[in-house]
Design a protein around this ligand. Structure first.
Ligand code: ATP
Ligand code: MG
Length: 179
């Protein structure tokens, strides 16, 4: 953590939620902005697989930014749910260490709402870690259907609302936009 920044910093809990597009990409934008200040940033992705090799994975590698895609992918098949459940436990352990270590200025927990919604992780465990973090650490959480207790605790909550989405017109996912 950069001491010159942390002295004046009030760590925020920031939530990007809602049905519209832009939750993860807005979190990546915050990471980019913080990184520009020389802040130490990390994103932990709870659903995406490392092998997805999305634009953000490639960019993080090029920038030397830590990004861990520790999920098993998005499908709702029984096998994928089991795999995501297992990986959530491991990634949550890493998340706890990163948030509480004091080594990071910003920790992004991407799609954290899914393990909470499926009951693989309790909201109490998450609240406990957030409450016990060093006071200057920003934590950004993304995903749909974030539990009320987390919304309550957050300092800033933005709901992305869908007005139009090109996928609904049958336009397929575009590199640089969707992945
Ligand atoms: P992004 O990662 O692009 O910022 P997101 O984090 O807001 O999107 P997720 O719920 O994580 O959205 O969904 C991941 C993918 O699903 C994104 O590529 C996004 O374009 C697509 N998506 C998001 N909202 C919609 C929607 N309303 N209809 C269809 N596809 C959507
Ligand atoms: Mg997302």
């Amino acid at each position: 953590m950069k001491t010159d920044i942390s002295r004046a910093t009030k760590g925020l809990i920031i939530i990007n939620t809602g049905k519209g597009k832009g939750k993860t990409t807005a979190a990546l934008g915050l990471m980019l902005r913080a990184w520009g200040h020389g802040m130490n940033v990390v994103m932990l992705q709870f659903i995406k697989r490392a092998s997805a090799n999305c634009g953000e994975h490639r960019a993080a590698q090029k920038m030397g930014v830590e990004l861990v895609a520790g999920g098993a992918g998005f499908t709702r098949s029984e096998r994928s749910l089991d795999a995501n459940k297992l990986l959530t436990g491991q990634l949550w352990k890493t998340a706890k260490e990163k948030v509480t270590s004091g080594d990071y200025d910003m920790v992004v927990l991407d799609e954290l709402s899914y393990p909470l919604r499926y009951g693989w992780l309790t909201v109490e465990e998450v609240l406990d870690v957030l409450r016990n973090r060093p006071p200057a650490v920003h934590v950004v959480i993304t995903g749909r259907d974030v539990p009320g207790e987390l919304i309550e605790m957050a300092d800033m909550v933005t709901e992305m609302g869908e007005v139009k989405h090109h996928l609904k017109k049958g336009i397929k996912a575009q590199p640089g936009i969707e992945f």
